[in-house]
Write a protein that binds this ligand. Structure first.
Ligand SMILES: [Zn+2]
Length: 224
């Protein structure tokens, strides 16, 4: 990432989701506004929000989209397979959302459905879409290029020291295993990975320390 670009983040909602704002040349892409969309829009009044994107369909990643796009007029995008589920994310949630009304809402239908290899542009930065099924069927990771080289947004696919759960609707151990193996080979060790929850990390660090990225980890864990 060049020094001219900037990343801001907001921790939002009942599950303390990391919402990221990638800013380049005064343009801003918001990733995973999981709640409090109006508040996020207020915090970003000094830039132009040109794109909103969700890494997957869970309520804690899409719950702020409606208010954010209403405030900014920005289009929003999500992996094609997760798009339909996102529009009733609250009903599909396993969490009790009472008390968060107004903070989390179902998003409107997505403006753009993303597929493997698609590119999102913001200023002089580009983000390539990688399809990463496992946590949800249509989850995506965004890998930075151009002035965003060295940055990736991981959603709930990979965390520092862990990975996303696969026991929710549409989750798959088999898909997650293949996704993690693919990401380990595809994302450069030097890349800083911004995760949907918890701390940011690097692929170099995770290749050494993350048990889910070790060869044979899955076979050992599940006794195949
Ligand atoms: Zn999730």
């Amino acid at each position: 990432m060049t020094s001219k670009d900037e990343i801001r983040y907001f921790v939002v909602g009942d599950l303390r989701t990391n919402c990221y704002a990638y800013i380049s040349e005064g343009a801003c892409m918001v990733v995973d506004p999981g709640a409090s969309g109006a508040r996020i829009a207020e915090e970003l009044q000094d830039v132009q929000v040109v794109q909103v994107v969700a890494t997957h369909r869970h309520h804690d990643h899409v719950g702020g989209i409606r208010a954010l796009v209403e405030a900014t007029g920005a289009p929003w995008a999500i992996g094609a397979i997760d798009a339909e589920g996102a529009t009733h994310a609250l009903e599909l949630s396993s969490h009790d959302l009472v008390g968060f009304e107004g903070e989390v809402q179902n998003p409107p239908a997505a403006d753009r459905l993303l597929h493997e290899g698609d590119v999102l542009e913001v200023g002089t930065a580009r983000f390539r879409v990688i399809e990463t099924p496992g946590h949800t069927p249509g989850g995506i990771v965004l890998v930075g290029e151009g002035t965003a080289e060295g940055v990736a947004f991981m959603g709930d696919t990979l965390f520092a020291g862990s990975c996303g759960r696969t026991d929710l609707a549409g989750g798959s151990w088999e898909q997650m295993s293949a996704t993690l193996e693919r990401l380990a080979g595809l994302i450069d060790p030097s890349v800083t990975m911004f995760c949907g929850h918890g701390m940011a990390t690097t692929m170099k660090r995770e290749l050494v320390s993350n048990p889910y990225l070790q060869p044979g980890a899955w076979r050992t864990s599940y006794g195949e």
